[in-house]
Design a protein around this ligand. Structure first.
Ligand SMILES: Cc1cc2nc3c(=O)[nH]c(=O)nc-3n(C[C@H](O)[C@H](O)[C@H](O)COP(=O)(O)O)c2cc1C
Length: 410
């Protein structure tokens, strides 16, 4: 089973990630495979002062030798440079501890819910871990997952479709996403990770306007995984359905409030004839579909098409022009506490969403194909892809005596 855990506070000395269950023999290089995504997470127009302080890099401190994984837990460390400014309020030792308590809770943050849960009278105890600084650790884990997926031919990418009121049309036709129609170099060059230059400029202007108003903006990110083999996930139990696992992973990202699989939102308002993807046989490829509105997932199982989802981020909770709130201790109404903050994190959110999509797919790949070494895993995936190209039969020869087909139940 592939799993990861993260630890560490936003202003503590470091974030730690342990990735367990990885095959042995996977080439892994921190600067090449992980730091690139860490840098992408730090970018995007609309980020705040923290990103000027941090220069995130992942140090591999376990599980890799001579550039390849050992099959033991891969341990990564991302240091917080800002820690130098927070040594006293964040110190571990009791002696000499002089916290400046935060008691004014910020609306839209975990501050109040977390303080009520744990009985804290200092909101810093909550915000340090609830903070999206933790997404740096997730992106590091996701980069490891991407390195694994790359070795079995799967690629995960994202783009920004909407920031505040500015939206670009969905790339693709018939309500379906099509990664081949996207200029991915333009995505990476855009300050907001949107491939359409006109929309990109409008998004930047919208962020500037929000900043001038002391306000913040949310938006929508599209994430797509290409060359995913059919048959990942399962319909056999609710907690093994890949659609549910992807939705959970995306919703767990700080400030995500909705996830759309395929053209799910639009589909709810259309007749069935305009929604369902018709299967067809493509010689040399196997069974495919004429459209991909279901996001490459049917019955919680990948169906051989690109897996795509759209992730909805609410506007950043901390506003320069603070919202009304309450003091945890005095119970008086006050203006919310202001802690250095971003204006819009949707471009960075896309990188985090890529990491989560990569993670769920890598776990599904390991679940289905297993193996202790990369070579074993690759052999199993290659055999599966051959079977899919040949029509998917698990071994019963065509024309062999089989029970008479019964009418299919709905
Ligand atoms: C990459 C990223 C960076 C974020 N940076 C900030 C920030 O600077 N200020 C802020 O108020 N919220 C920020 N957020 C959102 C909050 O972390 C989030 O709204 C809060 O933890 C409450 O969680 P919830 O919105 O999921 O309920 C960020 C989210 C992401 C994904």
């Amino acid at each position: 089973m592939l799993r990861f855990l993260t630890a560490g506070e936003s202003h503590g000395p470091q974030l730690t990630v342990i990735v367990d269950g990885l095959v042995a023999g996977l080439p892994l290089d921190g600067p090449r495979d992980i730091d690139r995504d860490l840098r992408r997470r730090q970018g995007g127009y609309g980020r705040g002062g923290r990103q000027k302080i941090e220069r995130d890099t992942a140090e591999i401190v376990g599980g890799v030798r001579g550039g390849r994984t050992l099959g033991s837990p891969v341990t990564l460390v991302v240091r917080n440079r800002d820690w130098e400014n927070w040594r006293r309020p964040m110190q571990v030792e009791a002696a000499g501890f002089t916290p400046k308590r935060v008691t004014r809770v910020r609306p839209g943050h975990a501050d109040l819910a977390g303080a009520l849960k744990y009985g804290f009278d200092d909101v810093r105890n909550v915000l340090e871990r609830a903070s999206a600084r933790e997404t740096a650790a997730r992106v590091a884990a996701g980069a490891v997952a991407k390195a694994l997926l790359a070795r079995v031919g799967i690629e995960v990418r994202s783009l920004v479709r909407r920031i505040g009121p500015v939206e670009m049309p969905p790339p693709g036709a018939d309500g379906a996403f099509d990664a081949a129609s996207v200029d991915w170099a333009a995505v990476e060059e855009s300050p907001v990770r949107c491939p359409d230059p006109g929309t990109s400029a409008e998004m930047v202007a919208a962020i500037d306007a929000a900043r001038a108003e002391g306000d913040t903006l949310g938006g929508v990110v599209a994430v797509v995984a290409s060359n995913v083999p059919a048959g990942l996930g399962s319909y056999s139990q609710w907690d093994r359905r890949l659609d549910g696992l992807i939705a959970q992973a995306m919703c767990s990202i700080q400030s995500v409030k909705a996830v759309e699989l395929g053209a799910g939102f639009a589909g709810a308002g259309l007749p069935g004839s305009a929604v369902h993807d018709a299967p067809r046989w493509v010689e040399g490829e196997g069974f495919r579909h004429r459209t991909n509105r279901q996001g490459g997932l049917t019955g919680g199982v990948t169906d051989g098409e690109e897996v795509w989802a759209q992730v909805y981020f609410k506007p950043i909770s901390t506003l320069l022009k603070p919202l009304r709130s309450v003091d945890l201790v005095s119970r008086q109404e006050i203006n919310a506490h202001y802690e250095r903050s971003d204006i819009c994190v949707v471009p960075a959110g896309g990188v985090v969403a890529e990491a989560m999509m990569a993670w769920v797919l890598a776990a599904a790949v390991m679940d289905k194909f297993g193996g202790d070494s990369l070579a074993e895993l690759r052999r199993a995936v290659a055999a599966h892809r051959r079977r899919m190209r040949a029509g998917g039969s698990a071994g019963t020869p065509r024309g062999a005596a089989a029970p008479a087909p019964a009418a299919a139940e709905a």
